[in-house]
Design a protein around this ligand. Sequence first.
Ligand SMILES: *Cc1c(COP(=O)(O)O)cnc(C)c1O
Length: 361
Amino acid sequence: MPRPLVVIIDISALQHNLAEARRRLPAATTWAVVKANAYGHGLERGMRAFGAADGLALIEPEAAVALRELGWQKPILLLEGCFDLSDFRLAAQHKFEVTIHCPQQIGWLEKTRFDVPVNVHLKMNSGMNRLGFMPQDFSAAYRRLRANAQVGSIALMTHFANADAADNPGLPLAEQVRRFELGSAGLDAPWNISNSAATLMHADMRSHQVRPGIMLYGGTPGAHKTSPAGAFGLRSAMTLQSELIGIQQIHPGDAVGYGSRFIADAPMTIGVVACGYADGYPRHAPTGTPVLVDGVRTRLVGNISMDMMTVDLTAIPTAHHGSCVTLWGDGLPIDEVAEAAGTIGYELMCAIAPRVRVTER
Ligand SMILES: *Cc1c(COP(=O)(O)O)cnc(C)c1O
């Protein structure tokens, strides 16, 4: 039999979470973000689940082509746009909408022949200092695109660093909005500015197009304690589940696992779970990270191995060889596990390794 470790994707949860995004901004065009293999949930599965979205948005041109080959006929938006001239030929051929964030991309666009005008999303660097035109260069870039007969619609785009913690002193959300408004003053075009955090926490923002990602998968963009997914009405779409494949009774002073990082100070029952860092579980998750055994909450103890991890069964006398272990998902929000492990739910979802079986329900 295959290893008992499995990822279970709940299609109805994906559909429900998309409906939650749409409910918050009913008038907005909704781009369901499916980059990184739909945040680890599977591109084709994401496509199927998000059929009610106005379009799909992603980073990887080859995955965008795959979406067309899988039959997605609605719009597709490349969030980083084209990486070279040849990508523009792909965009023309497959009718992708493209982000334009730098002068090079405008140059490539001007060298490409489109049978139908290409819709573009002109991106401003409103303070995050990754991609985009500076506010003072924005309207010139807009005019250069507008002057091109091959350009169809133009949306004005930016990306927020701190929509989940709007008062971040490094770059308050209001400051990003202010720069965006300033740089796009007088430009008559829709705004494409809201990620999940802005969709969930700032639904009053003037966003004609929204780009929710993490919320569709049942994760939250910020710290789970202040903003748990459940409180937003989101359902977790990914459950990582395995079984106990061994049980050890240990005595005070006995050590567990590599590095003997955990040493028992009382008699304990230790369960061995078929899941390790080669499956995508974070190796740096410390003793105390929560897991469920047959639905009962307990904790990880000792170092994560490549293929296994060890958990405390002392308070779960009914646990047995084959007991169900939930690493995250049903009954255990991924954000809680992420926080215990010093990371974010996004990273856990995306890190699921190819060797892990995936099923649906
Ligand atoms: C990934 C991404 C999003 C989605 O962000 P979430 O925080 O997952 O909602 C939106 N816009 C851009 C440009 C992105 O790259």
